[in-house]
Design a protein around this ligand. Structure first.
Ligand SMILES: C[S@@+](CC[C@H](N)C(=O)[O-])C[C@H]1O[C@@H](n2cnc3c(N)ncnc32)[C@H](O)[C@@H]1O
Length: 266
């Protein structure tokens, strides 16, 4: 498994990190609510969540779909199954979980899903796009949430993590706010984008949260690091200087929500 997937092995630490992001976000609309805003999914019965993790998106999506809907979560880590199923059942829907490291194929029939969702995951396996279009029903919806290239590396170069910044940027460039419309346009006849403008604001009293957030991201910064390792000295120093200068650390975190319809392959 690639080091960039290690942070997602433990659903509880991923969930903690996700809660910190929501607490520290300057955009007070939950990104999932922004993604689902204005959609009528009340007749959708077959839902596929690719790279589902602990069920972050499934938790909100489940409440929007038909009462007899089934949500199938797919993730490279088996450890996500329990949390994913709990999130779906807490919304009163039934769930299933399939553990596989996705590449460029999906094992499901043509036109078999009403909704396919990739929330902060498609950049790990963007070669799957033609298959997403194939398994989606002609009137189905593909919902993809991703990062902006301009905010993903943030202050990492200034903090001495030039190489990690380049790596993160190239991962995001597989499917980003900036190139998502073009990539989706090759497979769907109707693509819309909604920008989700956001930043994370950590003040002095949120230092613990900032370090928890950074620790979670460590495997992206240092190839052999584990989320349990200590923060590298240069990063801790960078935070100290920023806090002393302005009393806060602000991390830009702009995202985009794509809604793609009319798969071209049918
Ligand atoms: C950033 S997390 C997003 C999880 C969830 N969708 C959310 O919004 O919180 C990315 C997820 O994609 C999964 N993932 C990454 N590459 C994968 C692959 N090739 N096949 C299956 N799952 C993958 C990871 O294990 C992780 O759970």
């Amino acid at each position: 498994m690639s080091p960039s997937l290690w942070p997602y092995k433990a659903p509880s630490s991923h969930e903690t990190m996700s809660a910190i992001i929501r607490r520290r976000s300057t955009n007070k609309t939950d990104v999932r609510e922004a993604a689902l805003d204005g959609l009528d999914l009340s007749s959708a019965t077959k839902i596929l969540d690719l790279g589902c993790g602990f069920g972050f998106m499934a938790e909100k999506l489940a409440g929007e779909v038909a009462p007899d809907a089934e949500l199938l979560g797919v993730d490279a880590w088996q450890s996500n199954e329990k949390q994913f199923l709990e999130k779906v059942s807490s919304a009163g829907r039934s769930g299933r979980f399939h553990c596989v490291e996705l590449d460029s194929t999906l094992p499901w029939e043509n036109k078999s899903y009403d909704v396919v969702v990739c929330c902060f995951s498609l950049y790990f396996f963007v070669e799957i796009l033609p298959e997403v279009a194939r398994v989606l029903r002609p009137d189905g919806l593909f919902l993809a949430v991703t990062h902006s290239e301009h905010s993903v590396a943030g202050d990492l170069p200034a903090a001495g993590f030039e190489k990690a910044a380049t790596g993160l940027l190239s991962l995001t460039r597989n499917f980003s706010a900036e190139n998502g419309s073009e990539l989706l346009g090759a497979h769907f006849g109707d693509v819309t984008r909604v920008n989700y403008i956001n930043s994370l604001r950590f003040e002095k009293e949120h230092l613990d949260e900032l370090f928890t957030y950074m620790r979670f991201k460590l495997p992206f910064l240092l190839p052999d690091a584990k989320p349990t390792d200590e923060i590298p000295d240069n990063l801790a120093r960078y935070v100290g200087v920023a806090m002393a200068r302005s009393g806060e650390v602000v991390v830009e975190k702009n995202d985009a929500i794509f809604r793609a319809r009319r798969p071209l392959c049918h």
